[in-house]
Design a binder for this molecule. Structure first.
Ligand code: NDP
Length: 291
């Protein structure tokens, strides 16, 4: 159902390029509708060279806020007045709030990821050994949040220097006792770290539509059945990585719960209301992935 738009409607949107496949409009508009809130969330395709104008325009037009996705998550920071501690540590933002003439930047990817993971597991991540494959923007948010929550994390990336940069740049924002190391995503390193891991997390884009056969998991390496396999990808719902883990008898989780839980955090920031989690989940899980 589309929300009723009238003269009192408060606009929000998603800044990205492209944005056509985003599930954000469905998820947030379903939540506004369910709570009877007069907000409307729009897809806002903005080319990189127009980002500054777009931010000024949203502010001038009375937008409540926006989400920010590829390719603007870092570039947008220079157009904002204040950044949350998470946004500063992670070095990217995914949520803007326009409040009292100020442009406030947040990164709720990590908080959303952790909330989704802990609610699915039913236990905190403190003391858990977590192998993270990948060292891009999503990995930065997850690693920062996991280590802050007391997990012990190893980051392995195809380009090893990127894993090193991630770890070194997060360290100043983490307690001195933080347990965090890095390496290259080689079959040997994965085999070594996976054997003692409680959770194995794919933050790479390997396996995402349309390259669904790709996987960061080394060919022929048995997946440890006692580890939980988490893939941040949600299109497709079950990646080759998750299929490998499932075949070994491991528990699997896809990225839909991260998507919804980060949406929950944004919803709170924009409206100050308790978001309807079930409605938001239903809005995204009912969607077949066709692209
Ligand atoms: P980035 O482009 O910043 O990083 C991509 C990462 O994937 C890099 O570590 C890259 O390694 C690695 N990679 C790409 N292809 C391969 C491959 N074939 N084998 C091994 N590693 C590979 O992307 P993001 O961090 O922003 O996003 C990563 C994934 O997370 C995407 O699939 C995205 O959809 C998903 N995501 C999900 C969210 C959710 O709500 N569920 C939220 C945000 C992201 P290298 O450095 O060597 O190039």
């Amino acid at each position: 159902m589309s929300p009723r738009v009238n003269g009192h409607t408060r606009p929000l949107g998603l800044l990205g390029y492209p944005v056509e496949h985003s599930l954000g409009p469905l998820m947030h508009n379903a939540a506004f509708e369910a709570l009877g809130l007069n907000y409307c969330y729009l897809p806002l395709p903005v080319a990189p060279e127009a980002l500054g104008q777009a931010i000024a325009g949203l502010s001038a037009m009375g937008f409540v806020g926006a989400n920010v996705t590829f390719p603007h998550k870092q570039a947008v920071m220079s157009y904002l007045d204040e950044l949350s501690p998470e946004a500063q540590a992670i070095g990217a933002i995914n949520t803007i709030v326009f409040r009292e003439g100020k442009r406030l930047g947040y990164n709720v990817d990590g908080i959303g990821f952790l909330a989704g993971l802990t609610s699915a597991l039913g236990i905190p991540v403190q003391g858990q050994r977590i192998l993270v494959m990948g060292a891009g923007g999503a990995a930065r948010a997850a690693v920062y949040t996991l280590v802050k929550a007391g997990a012990s994390v190893t980051v392995l990336n195809r380009t090893a220097e990127r894993a090193q940069t991630l770890v070194n740049s997060l360290r100043p924002h983490l307690p001195a006792s933080a347990s965090l190391d890095w390496g290259a995503l080689t079959p040997e390193a994965v085999a070594d770290r996976a054997s003692g891991a409680d959770i194995i997390l794919n933050t790479t884009s390997a396996g995402m539509l349309p390259n669904v056969e790709a996987t960061p998991w080394p060919e022929g390496l048995p997946f440890p059945p006692s580890a939980v396999a988490y893939d941040m990808i949600y299109a497709p719902r079950e990646t080759t990585f998750l299929r490998t883990a499932k075949a070994a008898g491991a528990r699997t989780l896809n990225g839909l719960n991260m998507l919804v839980h980060q949406g929950v955090q944004c919803f709170r920031l924009w409206t100050g209301q308790q978001p309807p989690l079930d409605v938001m989940f239903a809005a995204v899980t009912d969607q077949g992935v066709t692209h």
